[in-house]
Design a protein around this ligand. Structure first.
Ligand SMILES: Cc1cc2nc3c(=O)[nH]c(=O)nc-3n(C[C@H](O)[C@H](O)[C@H](O)COP(=O)(O)OP(=O)(O)OC[C@H]3O[C@@H](n4cnc5c(N)ncnc54)[C@H](O)[C@@H]3O)c2cc1C
Length: 295
């Protein structure tokens, strides 16, 4: 097995162009498990750890540009203000060791339907983009187009993820995950939710309950319409039990889970409705406090 160790981003892109079948390795928390268990035996491994800019983040024009290799531990420490949903999701990943190494770039590379970043990225809105680069140039892939199948993403063989662009939160965000125990657990199912008061929308993300991470489109539209119709963004009044219940039903209907060792499809549907109702209520309570203190 060839081991490629570029020192710069340009070298990394050149190496990927020359070896499109090389497996990139960032934190290695997915790749090393697969190598150790002989799931894959790639012809080459492309180690990205010397490319310093992959582990950096910046804020540009209201958008966080999160380097692909920034570990979860730093997202929790440094980005819980601008990216509260992603930071909450990061809290639930693995153990301290995994959070010190694992990254959102690696989560996107693996594209598991159970990856915890995905519901938070989807909920953060439609202006979330994966920055994919190759020697041919850079393209921004909308997060909604990124997940194309079970553990498959829309990267071309010669592309690497440079960063993820995520709007700075303009309202409360939440993430909820159900596992078979409290920690170190792959999600039975997960749900991300965000309020976007600036444009009067809400964001959702469903994890581990469909072949790919996905949003609950009808649920998002329903809530945005109800909030607008009832003037709730302005008044801060609670949406009421009927709206909350209907939102949960629409999230449940958006999932297409399977029965597996972690849980049944029916349990996942039920749990999603519960998480949807809870995260909406938590976010709304926070939103009321925000507009109350602003008044
Ligand atoms: C004990 C344990 C517990 C875990 N718990 C969780 C959990 O709770 N939640 C969860 O979501 N995940 C969990 N994982 C899985 C893993 O930690 C995450 O998916 C993590 O985000 C992977 O990041 P990484 O940097 O380690 O990726 P790597 O292992 O380095 O790479 C993962 C994939 O992404 C590709 N890749 C990496 N960087 C790039 C790049 N820049 N461009 C293109 N492709 C790239 C690799 O080729 C590979 O296919 C766990 C893993 C272990 C071993």
């Amino acid at each position: 097995m060839e081991f490629l160790r570029p020192a710069t981003w340009d070298e990394a892109l050149a190496a990927k162009a020359a070896h499109p079948d090389a497996t990139a390795i960032s934190g290695g928390t997915d790749v090393m498990v697969e190598l150790n268990f002989d799931v894959h035996r790639p012809a080459a491994v492309l180690d990205l750890n010397r490319v310093a800019e992959l582990a950096e983040w910046s804020v540009e024009g209201g958008t966080v540009r999160l380097g692909a290799a920034v570990p979860y531990a730093r997202i929790i420490e440094e980005l819980s203000g601008p990216l509260p949903g992603l930071a909450l999701a990061a809290h639930t990943v693995g153990s301290p060791q995994i959070r010190n190494r694992g990254s959102v770039g690696g989560n996107l590379g693996a594209a598991s339907p159970a990856g915890d970043s995905h519901p938070a990225l989807l909920a953060a809105g439609r202006d979330v983009f994966v920055e994919a680069a190759s020697v041919r140039g850079t393209r921004l892939i909308p997060i909604d187009d990124f997940y194309v199948g079970v553990k498959r993403n829309s990267l071309e063989p010669d592309e690497l993820i440079r960063a993820v662009r995520i709007p700075v939160a303009d309202g409360p965000q939440q993430f909820s995950k159900i596992g078979t125990r409290n920690a170190m657990v792959i999600a039975v199912c997960a749900f991300g939710f965000a309020l976007h008061p600036k444009n009067g929308t809400v964001g959702t993300g469903i994890g581990s309950a469909a072949p790919t991470p996905r949003r609950a489109v009808e649920a998002e539209e329903y809530l945005a319409q109800e909030f607008a119709r009832r003037g709730l963004w302005e008044s801060g009044e609670a949406p009421g039990p009927e709206v909350v219940r209907r939102f949960g039903e629409l999230v449940r209907a958006a999932a297409s889970p399977i029965d597996d060792v972690r849980g049944t499809a029916e349990y996942r549907r039920h749990a999603l409705a519960v998480m949807a109702r809870r995260t909406l209520t938590w976010c709304w309570n926070d939103y009321r406090k925000q507009i109350g203190s602003a008044a």
